[in-house]
Design a protein around this ligand. Structure first.
Ligand SMILES: [Zn+2]
Length: 604
């Protein structure tokens, strides 16, 4: 894999013009001969008007009027301000690009890297967004380098922008730039940032974009500003800003001293919807309950909630209820008065008092004893607490934010959690998705942790090897973001300076079964290590001459059988969505059978 690949403009022109395919593997042929061709991609587009659906392979599409999108775009700009609208559109584009990259990878697992990169330009054209011509294109996956320059003609976004605002001083192809970044980043597994250096909305005859690996650009904070859901308060303050103001003319937003560890990174729709919920509830006084698996970043969300609330200048106090022994939890939360019990020689304020005026974050609230739950309820209802051993009632003004990774409703049914407290906490629940449900964010998070851990440990690693990228993109992450962060940190420490992080640097032997390593070697096979306590996954009677296609099929069917035919459970075992699992299973059936499926769906 991954021979350094360079191509000159003249070479591209010659090849685009249909010149002969060269035997030299260092050169790539952009002519229509290499899969997936435009014809291949067009074939995966199905119109199913009988049931009101359009499919691009297994993804549902919508045919929209460009002018309706233009109208939406204009309203976004007028109501939210230029920068926030640009952020929303860039992220929406990123998601579309990431989806298309997944589609190409799943559908053409054997295509070479250059063709897969180029398929993005063809899909972008097929979807009616823009005509793309490569001007220069050079990448080296092993060295973690990507550099591409493309000409964009007839950009739909420019048509609408110019119609609404005329020619201006800023580029306007925001969602298209997001798409390019999402597509290449998802394939590459490292953050590749695209910039529009010339745009029709600035008076150019066509748009020109340049994509580079984030490290090669140097400072990408301005790009990330649109790519990542950011501090919503900062963004909101821009809403009132007149459209004419350019980013350069505007004073830089005040950087709040923020703990980098708690920065939220993501562009996926699941992540964005959680951020929007947060944005909605933050300015209120409502109690917020975060639910979600361990390691999804509940504390980071709680900190962000505090930071964008009106209590931002007041204390944020976090308590992990499960980490404090049951006998101490009350004194920890509510404080102690001298002489309350043997050893309490000094009076001490509890976390409630320390959080006065600010936010108290109670993690793993399900582990509180029933006695402590009763006191907590009183504190919430009356705004009053009593120290342990104290006789005085103290007034506290605290906004409570709680988190749980257990089903509190089930705990209520089991008699382990007070129902009245549950309803008190469950005013505004925010569910944080597990990492396997926001895979679009994995490359962004990989890049984020790589930068941070390299800096922290003084290492100069050169990104990830292609198989490390595939392993991370297909891993189930039972420990979610915290696990990804730990894996990357281990990788940064284990890899030699100047070399790329590979699979053995990331995973410990016991985390990966032989079958998983085999699966990682095969593009398109997604297998995840099983969690502890489960029997090792075995590919029974896998003949040595079996093709990877066969092995993938067996793996899928075997896991399905182990899960008693429950597709959802089987998908979870392999770190796939239900739809992905069903699609892959379907793909391993005979081609003849597959072909008949789509029309059937149309006729139902
Ligand atoms: Zn443009």
């Amino acid at each position: 894999m991954g021979k350094p690949s360079r191509i000159s403009l003249a070479e591209v022109q010659r090849q685009v013009d249909g010149a002969q395919r060269r035997g030299d593997s260092a050169h790539f042929d952009f002519s229509e001969g290499r899969a997936p061709t435009l014809a291949d991609l067009t074939e995966s587009l199905f119109f199913s008007p009988g049931d009101g659906r359009i499919w691009l392979n297994d993804q549902r599409m919508v045919l929209m009027h460009s002018s309706a999108l233009g109208h939406l775009r204009r309203e976004l700009i007028d109501t939210l301000g230029l920068h926030r609208a640009r952020g929303l559109l860039t992220r929406a584009g990123y998601v579309a690009g990431a989806r298309d990259a997944e589609l190409v990878r799943a559908r053409w697992p054997d295509a070479d890297a250059a063709s897969v990169f180029m398929a993005g330009t063809r899909l972008h054209a097929l979807e009616g967004v823009v005509k793309v011509t490569p001007l220069a294109f050079e990448f080296d996956i092993d060295q973690g380098r990507y550099e591409g320059e493309f000409l964009w003609e007839h950009a739909s976004e420019d048509d609408e922008h110019i119609a609404a605002y005329g020619i201006g001083t800023e580029p306007a192809c925001w969602s298209q730039v997001g798409y390019a970044s999402g597509y290449v980043t998802t394939l590459f597994g490292q953050l590749v940032v695209f910039r529009e250096v010339e745009c029709r909305s600035m008076g150019a005859s066509a748009c020109r974009v340049v994509g580079r690996h984030a490290a090669a650009w140097g400072d990408v904070s301005e790009d990330l500003r649109y790519l990542q859901a950011r501090d919503y308060r900062e963004l909101r303050s821009e809403a009132a800003e007149p459209l004419a103001a350019t980013p350069a003319a505007r004073p830089a937003p005040r950087r709040r001293p923020s703990d980098d560890r708690h920065e939220l990174v993501g562009a996926s729709s699941a992540f964005n919807s959680a951020c929007h919920q947060l944005d909605r509830v933050a300015p209120t006084q409502a109690t917020v309950l975060f639910t979600g698996e361990s390691g999804v970043g509940k504390e980071a969300f709680a900190r962000r909630l505090h930071r964008i609330s009106r209590r931002a200048e007041q204390p944020f106090v976090a308590v992990n209820c499960a980490a404090i022994p049951e006998t101490l939890i009350e004194s920890e939360l509510f404080g102690v008065d001298r002489g309350a019990f043997t050893g309490a020689s000094r009076s001490r304020a509890g976390r409630f008092e320390r959080a006065d005026g600010g936010t108290l974050f109670l993690d793993e609230i399900g582990s509180l004893s029933l006695v402590a739950q009763g006191k907590l309820l009183r504190a919430l209802q009356e705004g009053e607490i009593e120290r342990v051993g104290g006789s005085q009632t103290l007034h506290v003004d605290v906004r409570l934010v709680a988190a749980t990774n257990v089903d509190l409703q089930a705990e209520v049914k089991a008699g382990r959690f007070r129902e009245d407290l549950f309803y008190r906490l469950n005013v505004y629940p925010v569910h944080l998705p597990p990492l396997r449900e926001r895979r679009d964010d994995v490359p962004l998070l990989m890049n984020h942790f790589l930068q941070r851990e390299s800096l922290r440990h003084g290492r100069a690693t050169r990104g990830f090897t292609p198989r490390a990228v595939r392993a991370l993109l297909s891993y189930a992450f039972p420990g979610n973001i915290r696990e990804l962060q730990n894996l990357v940190e281990r990788g940064v420490i284990s890899a030699e300076d100047g070399s790329a992080i590979d699979v053995p640097h990331l995973f410990r032997r016991e985390q990966l079964s032989d079958e998983t390593l085999l699966a990682i070697g095969a593009q398109g096979v997604l297998a995840a290590p099983r969690s502890a306590g489960q029997p090792p996954l075995r590919l029974r009677d896998a003949a040595p001459q079996a093709t990877l296609h066969d092995i993938e099929g067996r793996l899928l069917r075997e896991v399905l059988a182990e899960c008693d035919g429950n597709v959802t459970a089987a998908a979870r075992q392999l770190g796939l969505s239900r739809a992905q699992f069903a699609y892959k299973l379907d793909k391993t059936q005979s081609p003849a059978r597959r072909r008949t499926r789509r029309p059937k769906a149309g006729a139902e």
